[in-house]
Each structure stands twice: as structure tokens, then as C-alpha cells.
Ligand binder design. Sequence first.
Ligand code: FEO
Length: 165
Amino acid sequence: MELSQKMQNAINAQIQAELYSAYLYLAMSAYCEDINMPGYARWMRVQTEEEMEHAMKFYHYVFERGGRVFLEAIQKPQAEFDSPQDVAAQVYAHEQHVTDLIHQLYELALAEKDYAAQVFLQWYIDEQVEEEDNARTIVEYFEMAAGHPNAMLMLDRKLGARQDD
Ligand code: FEO
């Protein structure tokens, strides 16, 4: 069964959303470099790569289902943030937004009776649980370290130890 036009449009929109996530996180990484938090900058760079993988997984899926990818413009991400804590809070909020988008895609797959897409989207539903968990944990780390420069340095080192996925 080929992708319906509605499913194809929705997945194309999600490719854009994942690429925007990559772009936003790269902007956050650049900000972290600028404020001398190389560890968190690395964490955000690895996250950028992960978002690219999310986009490409959708990209290949569209073709696998006989569809066509149409790339849309990606908006300019914000460049400045109040603090690393602000970055962490915005990552968490953004991931919650992405979870909503994935759930909407799943609802569309249900409405379209696209069983294959439902199975495919299960991976993203699980992935978003992990994404939100990681983001929430970092918000909590920053809350613990707030006001303690040594703890902040240690946290930056810990975040910088993130391996490529
Ligand atoms: Fe692609 Fe961070 O969700």
C-alpha cells in the first residue's frame, strides 16, 4: 500500500520539523561554545546528529512506501539564550512539542488505516519517551548545580562525555 497523500504531506512536514530540531540544537551548541561550556556544546552537537538521523529515517521511509520527499524551508533558529539552564529548559519544551507532533502523525495513521505507518511510528513514540527523559534529567542537573561554579564545571564535563549515538 502506497502512502496516502495526507500521510505523505504529514511525513514531509515532520522531516522539516526534525531538521529544524537539528538546526535549533546546533544554534544552542554554538551558544554553549560561546559561553565556554564545551561539554554541553558537544552534547548539543551529538543531539543535532541524532535529529538528522530522525529526519533521514522518515526520508527513506517515504521512498520505501512509494512516496516522494519535498523539502520545505527551515526557519532561522534563535541565536541567543539567557543561560545554559535556559537552553536545557527550551530543549525539554521543544521535545515535548515534538512528541505532540509524533502523536498527531500516529493519529493520522490510525485515521488513514495505515497499519504499516503505525508500526513504523512506534519507534518514534518510544524514542520521544527517551528524548523527554534525557532532556528532563538535564534540566534537573542544572537545578542542582545552580549557583555552584564547581558543580557547573563538573556538569559540563559530564555532558561532554556523551558518546556519538
Ligand atoms: Fe527528533 Fe528530539 O526528536
